[in-house]
Ligand binder design. Structure first.
Ligand SMILES: CC(C)(COP(=O)(O)OP(=O)(O)OC[C@H]1O[C@@H](n2cnc3c(N)ncnc32)[C@H](O)[C@@H]1OP(=O)(O)O)[C@@H](O)C(=O)NCCC(=O)NCCS
Length: 433
């Protein structure tokens, strides 16, 4: 569905399902956004049992037939796995009956966008189990415009507070810090010890709100505000994988070897085709060719299942390096391909004595930020409005050998290899499983 068509659906009433936590809300919205009916209940673990009756009740009270709905919105998470799944499945079933689109927003973006904060690092918190919290990172400017700052994280409070400090360092001096959402209510004392005044004024301490979700999906703001691209399929944002999925994934991972070798001339059209598939601002083949001819170029590709699964292009010299491009084909993701390419890059950095590595990444690219963070890259800077297509900011992330406890060694080679079939002169990196 196009972005324009999404706007048109709001001419009809809509249904909003907020079920990412135990506090469930269902809202029926008029075309002007006014509430026609609103149901709220603390369901505990009873999402499966309670959501449909609440939806039925709300529609009856609003006197809206399911097939008259123009749009249905659900919370994409993070939060309760069951709550998010039941909410999305219910929204999808209703959408099928009404021939209407399913829209969505993350719990964190809905909280951030409704908070009314200005000139602050804005950290929405949602409980994520007994000790853990899901945290989002947004910035609110002087005029109260809220934009996404970095990928969400799930962790216990001490680790999250380290990320808060890291994100805060990116904002101008004098910026405030504000924690909002039900997770802030749970950890209020510790948050106030960390930063006095950071939990006031209280926002959504009693639970997530369907009205916030409705406002977020109707806003039309895209990835720059931490919302899905308008018109794209609503996908859940779990932040951490479900345990069962994790087991299946790890089993598949163990079975598939990954081979890393030099980026060769015949790889150029293949890589350029992958690039067009996975990036909205793809590098053309000529750009790869030119960059690979630079003295410090480090171009490598990953092969898996007999095909080219991923590639990395960096510039690495004595002292410092920069990652220019990294991509993995969608079918080969979450199987360690990027991990293998980055491990290989760090070996190269050690070999030539590069003690710092930097890169730029979109604020909305959660997968890449999680990947780089896992390798010890940390937030180091913010370039506002860097990506023209979405108006998103770019994060600079930096890795230092000292922080990673790595000692630099001696020099090697890189650049564009002449023969795709020739031995790469580098050890084959195999998936660690
Ligand atoms: C980002 C990208 C390169 C990751 O490639 P990948 O081969 O799927 O990543 P890996 O399987 O090696 O993941 C290694 C670690 O990174 C993190 N990670 C990768 N993808 C993630 C995701 N979607 N969500 C959360 N964490 C993720 C995890 O910590 C993962 O370890 P785990 O699987 O043990 O949990 C890939 O998603 C991609 O090509 N995206 C589009 C292009 C792009 O964004 N490039 C980077 C531009 S800066």
């Amino acid at each position: 569905m196009s972005a324009g068509a999404v706007g048109a659906v709001f001419a009809k009433p809509g249904l909003v399902i907020e079920s990412a936590t135990a506090h469930v809300e269902v809202l029926v919205c008029a075309p002007d956004g006014a509430a026609l009916a609103h149901e709220a209940e603390d369901v505990g673990h009873g999402h499966t049992r309670r959501l449909t009756p609440l939806v039925t009740q709300a529609l009856a009270r609003a006197q809206v037939e399911p097939r008259a709905l123009g749009w249905i919105a659900a919370d994409l998470g993070p939060g309760s796995f069951t709550g998010v799944r039941v909410g999305l499945a219910t929204a999808e079933a209703l959408a099928l009956a009404a021939d209407a689109p399913v829209l969505g927003a993350s719990a964190l973006a809905a909280l951030a966008l409704s908070s009314g904060a200005s000139r602050a690092l804005l950290v929405p918190l949602v409980p994520g189990g007994r000790h853990d919290l899901y945290a989002g990172f947004f910035r609110a400017d002087l005029r109260g415009r809220v934009t996404l700052l970095a990928a969400p994280r799930v962790a216990a409070l001490p680790a999250l507070l380290e990320s808060v400090a890291e994100a805060r360092a990116l904002l101008p001096r004098g910026s405030g810090l504000r924690f909002v959402g039900p997770g802030a209510a749970r950890e209020r004392e510790a948050l106030e010890r960390f930063a006095p005044g950071s939990t006031g004024p209280e926002w959504r301490f009693a639970g997530l709100s369907a009205a916030d979700l409705a406002a977020a999906v109707r806003s039309g703001l895209g990835p720059a505000a931490g919302l899905p691209v308008p018109g794209e399929e609503a996908r859940p944002l779990y932040v951490r994988s479900a345990q069962a999925e994790e087991r299946v994934r790890r089993a598949a991972l163990a079975a598939r070897p990954i081979r890393i070798r030099d980026f060769a001339e015949p790889d150029l059209p293949v890589v350029a085709a992958i690039e067009r598939r996975i990036f909205s601002d793809a590098w053309p083949e000529s750009f790869f060719r030119e960059e690979l001819s630079q003295a410090m170029a480090w171009g490598r590709v990953a092969e898996a299942d007999g095909g080219l699964a991923g590639y990395l292009l960096a510039w690495v010299g004595a002292g410092a390096g920069h990652v220019g491009n990294l991509g993995v084909v969608p079918e080969a993701r979450r199987r360690g391909v990027a991990r293998a390419l980055l491990e290989d890059l760090l070996e190269r950095a050690a070999a030539v004595g590069a003690t710092t590595l930097t890169l730029e990444v979109r604020v909305s690219n959660f997968a890449a930020q999680a990947l780089y963070r896992a390798f010890g890259f940390r937030l180091a800077g913010l370039r506002r409005g860097y990506y023209r297509d979405t108006g998103e900011d770019a994060l600079t992330m930096a890795w230092t050998a000292a922080d990673a406890g790595v000692a630099p060694a001696v020099s090697g080679r890189g650049g564009l290899a002449q023969d795709a079939g020739s031995p790469a002169g580098r050890p084959t990196t195999t998936n660690p499983g």
